[in-house]
Design a protein around this ligand. Structure first.
Ligand code: C2E
Ligand code: MG
Ligand code: MG
Ligand code: MG
Length: 278
């Protein structure tokens, strides 16, 4: 009995520490938004056949004053709870548009940048108005959306927004495909430009014939409906070769590059990738 009580106290102490820590992170995050502490990393995507730079994903980072560069797993959940995930998405989009101008000035050709869009943002009635204020050229930006957004209650607003987003020349990509419970047919009905196959499906293709067959059929179905496929989490050249054989269009992962800062990305684009394409 005594031990049970101890354990209970231990539990509440832990919980209390967690709540205090959570509160502190929340305060710091709101301050970080004011202080412009959010930045982006860029991870390239390559054409599986020609090896040319074919796209880029922008990934948010928090440059925390004491902890350094933090990845989204450290703050995105709290940002959602605080209702500021859409604010972060907007900061990332504006940063990307600025960086696209800088790349153009430097003569670096960057085909297209994909940004991640939280589901909450897609429910925003004012999203389209805001996007119209930005100078987005057709085909320059893609929105990565997770499949679960198609399962929730605000279906009509989401559908309307998706249509208008396409109307603005922004590509639609389904992110992390294969981790949710949506059917491929349901997802492809929304006519996305691209389907991103999740790392969890990509990883086992070398040693598991079943998983390989699954990825092959996803690619085949997508292709038959005119939807491109992007493999994420491509960690080895063996994976890249297999995905090419399976007919995957674009490859993204550590085998090619980690998410890079603007300067690192620009240098690689000039020194390595431009030459590889030439
Ligand atoms: P995601 O959209 O699926 O992005 C891919 C994640 O996989 C990134 O993690 C990337 O760094 C990582 N990755 C890329 N290649 C490899 C690989 O070969 N192996 C492994 N193990 N991982 C790889 P990151 O940057 O930590 O982002 C995590 C998630 O946070 C993203 O997953 C996305 O869902 C979310 N996220 C990132 N940026 C934003 C943003 O601006 N807004 C919103 N709403 N969500 C974002
Ligand atoms: Mg993504
Ligand atoms: Mg993804
Ligand atoms: Mg993923």
């Amino acid at each position: 009995k005594a031990m049970g009580r101890n354990r209970y106290e231990f539990f509440t102490q832990n919980l209390q520490a967690e709540i205090v820590g959570h509160k502190r992170t929340a305060d710091e995050l709101l301050a970080g938004l004011e202080n412009h502490e959010f930045t982006t990393r860029y991870q390239p995507q390559f054409d599986a056949r020609t090896s040319q730079l074919a796209g880029v994903e922008a990934l948010v980072r928090w440059n925390h004053p004491h902890l350094g560069i933090l990845t989204p797993d450290r703050f995105l959940r709290i940002a959602e709870e605080l209702n500021v995930a859409a604010t972060i998405d907007q900061i990332v989009l504006e940063t990307v548009l600025k960086d696209l101008k800088r790349w153009a000035e430097l003569g670096v050709s960057v085909p297209r940048v994909s940004v991640n869009v939280s589901s909450r943002r897609l429910h925003d009635e004012k999203l389209i108005e805001g996007l119209k204020l930005l100078d987005i050229r057709p085909g320059q930006i893609a929105f990565e959306l997770v499949e679960s957004i198609f399962l929730d209650e605000h279906e009509d607003v989401v559908a309307r927004n998706l249509e208008q987003i396409s109307g603005l020349g922004i590509d639609i990509e389904i992110d992390d495909f294969g981790t949710g419970h949506t059917s491929i047919v349901g997802v492809l009905k929304l006519k996305p430009q691209r389907l991103k196959i999740d790392r969890q499906l990509v990883m086992p293709i070398l040693h598991s014939p079943q998983e390989r067959a699954l990825v092959r059929s996803i690619i085949d179905i997508a292709r038959s409906l005119g939807v491109e496929t992007v493999a994420e989490g491509v960690e080895s050249m063996q994976h890249a070769a297999m995905l090419r054989e399976l007919g995957c269009d674009l490859l993204q992962g550590y085998a090619f590059a980690r998410p890079l800062s603007f300067a690192e990305f620009t240098e690689a684009a000039i020194v390595r990738w431009a030459r590889a394409a030439a």
